[in-house]
Write a protein that binds this ligand. Structure first.
Ligand SMILES: *Cc1c(COP(=O)(O)O)cnc(C)c1O
Length: 375
């Protein structure tokens, strides 16, 4: 065996020994909240299709029509020949939804987060990020070569302490956090953080991948990043911001300049999804309602978003509980390190407007049954 394969095999064994090896399971999403795995139909509580739009007939029809008219791919960077009219229409809609003058699309949310910090800060600058920030935010911060410091999760006082101590020596400062934390489901205090950022002349960027639709939390940061891939049921990422910031990123964000434009069908699907949400606002509130019903029935802290974690500790145990739920016809994936810190493996439940009352009742009964094992 050559050294490359030997390296890969050794590394895989180490992951396996710690229950951290990951593998792919063929899964078809067949509509509603259902998936099919190995011929079995399961109700999924692990999809981020919060508003039940990925299979909506209007969203699918829009994607099909865009393929027919504009083709399957964008064929080049938007700056070259890939800027189809639908991309601009979608940017205008996203900007309006975020109360911003402008927006810019990226190939994915991950790509957006890799591309935004390096376009704004560099050597001599400072990035302060919440310690639970998503992997791609950490990746973007690292690519920027600005100095990075992490503040304790949602700890406003710690952020202030770091700003007071570290901000003066830095030329520019970027603060990064998530509106709703992807693996914990809790929310950042965006309003107070925004005020603090203003006082210290720091630029606040909020990742809203999971926050869309939380209508009681409409505090907007100067940099509002989001994704088309979750609640909107499509694929892609975006940043909404002021016109000069969007102009600057159009020239400087490497993941925009050097990457092929979003496929027209993805843009069309996201546009149609925004139309459906305008016409059917109940979809926006239903996931949180269902999540609250679930947390209340199980005596868990009230859900703050569509995401509810059930902490189980060790990775191996999380895998076992997930398998138990699968035997009940429920898909609830175990979340393990390094997605979450060591010793904090969990089951993560994501609620969707596609779930019926009966689906949530079934889940609640099944989880109550395994809860003894968790306690
Ligand atoms: C999923 C996710 C992303 C990445 O978005 P994609 O469009 O899936 O690449 C970014 N940030 C957070 C917090 C996420 O959960």
């Amino acid at each position: 065996m050559d050294s490359l394969d030997a390296f890969a095999c050794e590394h895989l064994e180490r992951l396996e020994a710690r229950s951290l090896r990951r593998s792919l399971t063929p899964t078809e999403r067949t509509g509603g909240a259902f998936v099919v795995r190995a011929g079995r139909r399961l109700v999924s509580f692990s999809c981020n299709d919060y508003f039940g739009l990925a299979h909506d007939r209007r969203v699918k029809a829009a994607a099909v029509a865009a393929v027919e008219r504009f083709g399957a791919g964008a064929a080049a960077s938007r700056l070259v020949t890939g800027s189809h009219p639908m991309a601009q229409a979608l940017e205008a809609r996203l900007a309006a939804a975020k109360h911003k003058p402008a927006a810019l699309l990226f190939g994915s949310g991950y790509l957006a987060n890799l591309s935004i910090p390096p376009a704004l800060v560099a050597d001599g600058d400072l990035i302060l990020l919440d310690e639970l920030s998503h992997a791609c935010m950490l990746g973007g911060a690292k690519l920027s070569s600005a100095r990075q410091l992490r503040f304790r999760h949602n700890d406003f006082a710690h952020l202030r302490e770091l700003l007071v101590r570290e901000r003066p020596a830095a030329r520019r400062c970027l603060i990064m956090t998530e509106r709703v934390f992807s693996m914990d489901g809790d929310r950042a205090p965006v309003g107070p953080i925004r005020e603090l950022a203003q006082i210290h002349d720091a630029w606040l960027m909020v990742d809203d991948a999971h926050g869309l639709g939380l209508v009681d939390d409409d505090v907007h940061a100067p940099l509002e990043m989001g994704t088309l891939s979750k609640g909107l049921g499509s694929y892609g990422g975006y940043l909404a911001a002021s016109a000069p910031v969007i102009e600057l990123l159009t020239s400087r964000a490497r993941g925009f300049v050097y990457s092929t434009g979003l496929p027209p069908a993805s843009a069309a699907a996201a546009l149609a999804a925004l139309d459906v949400l305008d016409a059917e606002p109940w979809r926006l509130t239903r996931p949180l309602e269902l999540a609250r019903r679930f947390t209340s029935a199980l005596g868990l802290p009230p859900a703050q978003s569509a995401i509810v974690p059930l902490m189980v500790g060790e990775a191996e145990r999380a895998l076992r509980l997930s398998a138990d739920l699968e035997a009940h016809g429920l898909l609830v994936v175990a979340i393990r390190p390094p997605t979450v810190p060591a010793g904090k493996a969990r089951l993560r439940f994501a609620f969707s407007a596609a779930h019926t009352d009966a689906d949530v009742e079934h889940l609640t009964v099944a989880v109550a049954g395994i809860a003894a094992a968790v306690a």
